[in-house]
Design a protein around this ligand. Structure first.
Ligand code: HEM
Length: 561
């Protein structure tokens, strides 16, 4: 009892300390710089928001639409409070460049949102959730060493195998399909997860492998725990998060813990296999995968501590770190690959004219190069229309419409001649709903605006200066190249700046290979690009993601094959 009494008082003490600190930092010092002078004003804010909830209750089912609506009232740069969370919102690509590229040292941080996210990432120990640090840099290097431009060719065979697999899976279902066709989503999920697992853990799966189904279900369970009412609310109210945290310490949160263990188990087994294969030269596992590269990290440099003399002590990179990272990377890669692949197939089915033009491009390419089969290595940079369809699909339907970076310190941000404040740990949100529909940036010389699916906007003679035909390029790279003036980027679906997605090559090659095989083998009709499904989480973060529900598609076998 004495022990119990002691714990309760110590918990009450911590809570009191927390609230007093919050009160002091929240109200007394909040609006002052470290030298005591007042901070600059916040960027413009929507007016007359309800008390306590502020903008939170107005977001509705499709939050990005509300962010776009506010941008029409306040301009592309504004701030809004969601509960107690102060959010800085960027609705314009040039602004994203200024914030995430020019000011990358300040604005490349991350903060963890709800308590479930904290549990599954060990409080920010995965590449997606980690602060801007040497630890984060080491993981990025390991991933980059597997999938960047210099290393990605090793997976060309995987992309070819999986896109052929999709064709054969579809083929096998055609005789039993209803007259209006079938929705290919389950088959797309299988192919996307197979690619994700091969890259993260060198794993080869068969279509009927139960682990594949299980991994998808485990992720759904985590997402459902995250969207439970109070867990979700705690993302926007730190006092609630602290209170729930204390409750978890006192009575435990078995459900989340069990879901975490269940979710990690297949990845733990894969990690052990990779560990063995690293030692065993005759192993059947592909030696080049992200997990194997993470095993090479022994220690990472520690972060400097204020007033501490000498270099910081290195931190050991443990197996637990590898485990949570391969889990998170697989989930991220699977969810977005699958969503992007499903979207592009649905889109092609609704755009029969473009499909036929692409078919012509493919057959002419095969004929002039005397090819009997379509291989990723041959197609790269060679099929402008197909490459442009990939870009246009990611622009029209980015799998993640909203994403954030966090400010690493209090800063003053200059925009259009005015100075504004951004505080440490403020999240800066990029809204692709507004950015990808910018009529100034996307309208072609012939007047094709952003609302239209029009891949030729990226092709000669219509493409604006600075656009690349073959591959997406980053705002970050463009500052190091010749084109320092205009930021002409095809889309920002992969993020921008220091935290840009490392799966760009994987994704573009997967999509290229998939659509080439599908268009070559089938004529697709039907599809639905209107009905959407909104998710409140985006592979553990609060900003959510959007995907097409999709409709049935008739896959009609081409006579030429
Ligand atoms: C359609 C497919 C994909 C989309 C739309 C996508 C989107 C994104 C976005 C929006 C970000 C955040 C960028 C930012 O904060 O600026 C990101 C980060 C990242 N993505 Fe992807 N992704 C996709 C596929 C993949 C794949 C297949 C991989 C696997 C290798 C991958 C690995 C990563 C990594 C490692 C980061 C980490 C960034 C960090 O340092 O915070 N992504 N992705």
């Amino acid at each position: 009892m004495a022990v119990l009494g002691f714990s309760i008082w110590s918990v009450v003490g911590s809570m009191l300390t927390y609230f007093v600190t919050q009160l002091l930092s929240g109200y007394v010092w909040r609006n002052k710089k470290s030298d005591g002078t007042p901070k600059e004003p916040w960027p413009a804010r929507p007016s007359k928001l309800p008390w306590i909830w502020k903008g939170l209750n107005l977001l509705g089912e499709e939050p990005y639409k509300k962010f776009t609506e506010w941008s029409k009232e306040l301009g592309p740069f504004y701030s809004v409070e969601l509960g107690s969370k102060e959010l800085i919102v960027a609705n314009d690509a040039d602004l994203v460049k200024e914030l995430f590229v020019d000011q990358q040292q300040f604005n490349s941080g991350k903060i963890t949102g709800d308590l479930v996210e904290a549990t599954v990432t060990d409080t920010g120990k995965t590449v997606f959730s980690s602060t801007f640090s040497e630890y984060w840099r080491a993981i990025r290097i390991a991933i980059n060493d597997t999938v960047n431009k210099a290393n990605i060719d090793q997976f060309n065979g995987l992309f070819d195998d999986q896109s052929r697999k999709l064709v054969s899976l579809l083929d096998s279902k055609l005789s039993d399909a209803p007259t209006d066709g079938l929705n290919p989503r389950n088959m797309v999920d299988y192919v996307a997860l197979s690619i994700a697992l091969a890259i993260t853990a060198g794993k080869k799966y068969e279509a009927d492998d139960l682990d594949v189904v299980r991994i998808i279900e485990d992720l759904e369970k985590i997402e459902s725990l995250q969207t439970a009412k109070y867990t979700r609310m705690a993302t926007f109210f730190p006092w609630l998060k602290a209170a729930l945290g204390v409750m978890n310490v006192l009575i435990g949160d078995k459900e989340t813990k069990n879901a975490r263990i269940k979710m990690m188990t297949p990845f733990y087994e894969m990690m052990c296999e990779v560990e063995e294969s690293v030692k065993d030269k005759d192993s059947k596992l592909s030696p080049s995968n992200i997990c194997a590269k993470l095993f090479n990290i022994d220690t990472v440099p520690g972060e400097p501590v204020k007033d501490q003399k000498g270099p910081p002590a290195p931190i050991a990179f443990k197996k637990e770190h590898t485990l949570i990272n391969i889990t998170h990377i697989t989930h991220h890669a699977f969810v977005y690959l699958s969503s992007a692949m499903h979207t592009i197939i649905q889109r092609l089915a609704t755009e029969e004219k473009i499909q036929e033009q692409a078919y012509k491009e493919i057959t002419q390419f095969m004929k002039s190069n005397q090819l009997s089969d379509l291989k990723t290595k041959d197609m790269l940079g060679q099929l402008p229309l197909l490459h442009s369809i990939v870009k246009e699909s990611l622009r029209m339907n980015p799998p993640q419409t909203l994403y954030t970076h966090a400010a690493r310190a209090d800063e003053t941000f200059a925009y259009k001649g005015e100075k504004y404040r951004i505080d440490e740990r403020n999240e800066i949100l990029v809204n692709l709903d507004a950015i990808h529909q910018d009529s100034v940036r996307y309208t072609t010389k012939e007047g094709h605006g952003p609302a239209k699916f029009y891949p030729r906007r990226y092709m000669t003679p219509e493409e604006p200066a600075g656009y690349a035909t073959t591959s997406s390029f980053d705002l970050y790279n463009i500052t190091n190249g010749d084109n320092k003036q205009g930021v002409k980027r095809d889309h920002l679906a992969f993020g921008s700046g220091r935290r840009i997605c490392l799966g760009i090559q994987v994704t573009e090659r997967t999509l290229l290979s998939t659509i080439a095989q599908l268009i070559y083998h089938f004529q697709m009709t039907g599809g639905d690009v209107v009905t959407k499904k909104e998710h409140l989480t985006s592979v553990y973060t609060w900003t959510g993601r959007t995907e097409l529900v999709g409709g049935n598609i008739q896959f009609i076998k081409r006579q030429t094959v």
